[in-house]
Design a binder for this molecule. Structure first.
Ligand SMILES: Nc1ncnc2c1ncn2[C@@H]1O[C@H](COP(=O)(O)OP(=O)(O)OP(=O)(O)O)[C@@H](O)[C@H]1O
Length: 611
């Protein structure tokens, strides 16, 4: 059966809270709802009283009707039963409605906190944990938690009812009451026995559902690539076992939960059979009245249902606890990027120093070993090197997406671990290779870094990029809808929007990962022109993929295996004939206007281009 649980292990950030701690956390969400909860409690008490009143009324009525055969008594009895029934319904409604409201409010708060945690987690968190699984925590786990709250409140009413009926049974006949009580420990013990296994199966079910969500999410994210390579069948084949696993785990959970109630009811049913037998004998020998016997049978009927649900509640309660545990683990996940001192950041000049920086995404693989680099304020530095050399890593560390393990990164003389991260990041403009656009218009996307910017500011920023000519190609200019992730715009247009957005943000430092995707020559020229404006007067780190960028950069840094192997200007590096020439031959040579296939190689001495 081991295959049933494949891949359903806990996530690295999962933790086990003890029940007390968990309850304390849960109760914190209920505290603001104390008044409404009071109302629910009152409705529960009254409703339980009404439910318990029914067998009492009928049993009293039965005994009296035997002696007094007037219709008046029957009418009174019917009226009393009707009134208790109607009141019971009203109190039940009040309880359910306000319970739904409390539960809704609590889930609202919990989901907000979980979502806040999602926004707070470091980038490294998302490298390790699939976003689908995180989504599952924010959606279905909070939902499971809600179900359990409703159950808990129902349980309170059932405990009350059991309490009332126990008192009633003892006041009527101690002997029969003791007989009922003798069965109680058996039922409770059985239910507690189910507790552990129920919690375990539930955890597996939640994890397997998270796996289904993760697979779906990944499929949606890469659907265009999948279609491009005609991989639909492969993806479907991969999805089937994951879905099948969820099916089997859910069936197992259904079996465990399904087994508990019939087993408990079987024990309770046997006890009822005994009561009918013994009680009937006592009526015949005149020990108790027919009304008392009826009261017993009715009360026991009322007694078993709440009692079995109280006992089996443990297992369902565990389900809610494990759901809340998963949500709290997400909320409490330790951040790796920690600011030691949130010093306010004024306008930065943009001098950057990497001092002896050591960093690895995972403890097993160090990417930067004692990395040193100083970039002067206003300088444009182009990073070049073969794929995997560590170019993007430099930018990611500078924006504090990841925590480095050794050394220092200093900006304008201040260690970036001791600044207010929000203020600091405001001064960093990051343009990824394929800029992400949010659904909305082009104007909305340009305005993103400064929501308060006026329409004129937005237009001015857009027009500063390549004279604004690119706007003419958009069907509705700035009001053009960009579609999901910007899918309605060409890759080149998305880059132009990203440059306008950067201008509006007006950062002191720009980290730009130049697009590798080729665009038409006109857009290429517009992007080039846009870049000149966007980078002017700022410190810029460009992960360069265009010949024009490296030709115009103040300095080119050639990276290999997380270190700098050469630096200088385009001309000086070409003259030196070192590692740069190898990179140039591979990535840039063919972009020259004079390029002819098979020509333009720059000589590289043996060994200089090794990688
Ligand atoms: N999120 C990550 N988790 C683990 N390892 C990573 C991660 N991102 C990058 N790496 C590894 O770190 C090293 C440097 O990667 P980096 O992305 O900085 O290279 P690069 O020079 O920017 O490459 P490219 O030009 O292909 O983007 C590589 O060995 C890469 O496999």
């Amino acid at each position: 059966m081991a295959f049933l649980m494949d891949g359903l292990d806990a996530e690295a950030y999962d933790r086990t809270y003890d029940d007390r701690e968990l309850l304390r956390r849960i109760l914190r969400y209920f505290r603001p709802k104390a008044r409404v909860m009071g109302l629910v409690a009152a409705a529960i008490v009254l409703q339980s009283l009404m439910q318990a009143a029914f067998p009492i009324l009928v049993s009293e009525g039965l005994d009296r009707v035997v002696d007094d055969r007037t219709t008046g008594l029957v009418v009174a009895l019917v009226s009393a039963v009707l009134v208790t029934g109607v009141l019971g319904w009203v109190f039940n409604f009040v309880q359910r409605w306000y319970t739904a409201k409390v539960v809704g409010d609590v889930v609202l708060g919990l989901r907000e906190d979980a979502f806040d945690a999602v926004l707070d987690r470091d980038m490294s968190f998302y490298d390790e944990h699939s976003s689908g699984k995180v989504v599952s925590r924010v959606t279905s786990d909070t939902e499971d938690f809600a179900t359990v709250i409703t159950l808990t409140l129902n349980l309170v009413s059932q405990v009350l009812l059991v309490g009332l009926i126990t008192v009633l049974l003892f006041t009527r006949n101690v002997e029969l009451a003791l007989l009922v009580m003798a069965v109680v420990p058996v039922i409770v013990a059985m239910a507690l026995g189910f507790r552990r296994i129920a919690r375990e199966t539930t955890r597996h079910q939640q994890r397997s559902l998270a796996k289904v969500n993760a697979t779906l999410q990944e499929t949606m994210g890469g659907i265009s690539v999948a279609k491009n390579f005609r991989q639909e069948q492969t993806i479907y084949d991969e999805f089937r076992p994951i879905n099948g696993q969820n099916y089997r785990v859910t069936l197992k959970q259904g079996f465990v939960f399904g087994a508990i109630f019939p087993a408990l009811f079987a024990v309770a049913g046997l006890a009822t059979v005994m009561l009918v037998h013994i009680g009937g004998g006592r009526v015949l020998d005149g020990g108790i009245s027919a009304g008392d016997w009826y009261l017993f049978l009715q009360s026991v009927g009322l007694f078993w249902l709440p009692l079995t649900s109280i006992a089996s509640f443990w297992s369902q309660f565990q389900q809610g606890l494990s759901a809340s545990e998963r949500v709290f683990a997400l909320i409490d996940a330790e951040p790796l990027v920690v600011q030691r001192d949130p010093r306010p950041v004024g306008r930065l000049a943009g001098r950057i120093e990497f001092r002896d920086v050591t960093f690895g995404y995972t403890p097993q693989h160090t990417v930067l070993h004692g990395f040193d680099l100083t970039i002067e304020a206003g300088e444009t530095v182009a990073l070049v090197g073969h794929t995997g050399a560590g170019k993007s890593t430099i930018g990611r560390l500078l924006v504090r997406f990841y925590e480095f393990q050794g050394g220092q990164i200093i900006v304008d003389g201040t260690d970036i671990r001791t600044v207010d991260l929000t203020g600091y990041r405001h001064q960093l403009g990051v343009v990824p290779q394929s800029p992400f656009l949010f659904s909305g218009t082009v104007a909305d996307n340009i305005r993103y870094p400064r929501p308060g910017a006026t329409d004129d500011d937005v237009r001015a920023a857009a027009e500063s990029v390549a004279g604004g000519d690119w706007l003419d190609a958009l069907p509705d200019g700035l009001a053009t809808e960009v579609g999901e992730h910007g899918s309605a715009l060409s890759m080149g247009q998305r880059q132009l929007v990203a440059l306008a957005r950067l201008l509006l943000q007006d950062p002191a430092i720009v980290i730009l990962d130049e697009a590798t995707a080729s665009v038409d020559p006109l857009t290429e020229a517009q992007i080039s022109e846009g870049l000149d404006v966007a980078l002017a007067g700022r410190t810029s780190i460009v992960i360069a993929h265009r010949l024009s960028t490296i030709e115009h950069a103040d300095r080119i840094i050639v990276m290999r295996d997380g270190g700098i192997v050469e630096e200088g200007t385009h001309e000086s590096l070409l003259r030196a004939g070192g590692a740069y020439c190898d990179v140039y031959n591979t990535y840039f040579r063919h972009q020259s206007p004079d390029y002819r296939p098979g020509t333009g190689f720059v000589g590289v001495p043996a060994g200089a281009g090794d990688h």
